[in-house]
Design a protein around this ligand. Sequence first.
Ligand SMILES: [Zn+2]
Length: 327
Amino acid sequence: MRRYSGRRRGVYISPLYVVLALVLAAAAIFLFFRQPEEEEDAPREPQGVQTNQPVQSEEPRPAKAATASGIACTLTELGEEAVHTGELILVNNQILFRFPREQDLVSIYQEKSGSYYVRDMEVLLSPVAMGPLNALLDDFLEQGGSKSVNVVAGHRTEEFQQHLFDQSAERSGLDHAKKYVAQPGGSEHHTGLVVDLSILHGDGTSGDYDGTGEYAWINENCHRYGWVVRYETGKEELTGIWDEPWHFRYVGVPHATAMAEGDLCLEEYIDELRRYPFEGEHLTVDCADGTYEIWYCQGTEAYLPDSGDYQVSGNNVDGFVVTYKVS
Ligand SMILES: [Zn+2]
């Protein structure tokens, strides 16, 4: 059947021109679509180098996802309260402790090993830090230290911190108190993850703990037991506290190791961890305890491993840190 019966006569297009036109059209289309690709190849931020801005996605995050290393995870709502709970919470005069209704604490006197002293039965500690405190001070004795370490402070209530602050203000003035004593809520002692050490000699004399001499071993090795010297010289601007070689904070072995190796105070480390969101590159830490993969999740939900040995802690600011034991 002829459909183009009305075709004008005398118009003839050579097949050669048709082929040429098609080739040109194809080339034009190719170049047109190639353009954006070339733009993408323009210099951009190298992978792995991230800013401190967490990855923000417009799309809802998938409920199930795996890490690049293959750990299957589920997005889990943990709640606002959990952001302010856990071994890694940052507490200072700017970021206050949120006092929970109940806090799990044990008396150091009742749980301690025979390697050290404690001021009295009222010095309390979180149970997660109790074993690591015994291990640190047992090994201190084991490697040649003397039995002379005295734990003089642990957990503090809001009321007791208020009492310390008022006492200092009364004795030395409000300005002095503001400079040297944490305000109620701003003391890391509220967490129950802190001990202050002092010295008690066999002859009954006592002294300040300065982390030198035989005690230098404790300050140099505490990270292997999950403890950090929280306030060090050079970090005053960040922590707001002067050098305190007697104040130890428990954060867990992988984090204490990463902080010690990177010479980071907790303020810096919490900030640093934001560079390792679940969707991006993760932090790997090799420590006395094994190898760990660590990632950060912003908000009140976090990607938690479906199986395996892991811990999750709030950072007391804006999200969670997940610590997964690889081996
Ligand atoms: Zn202290």
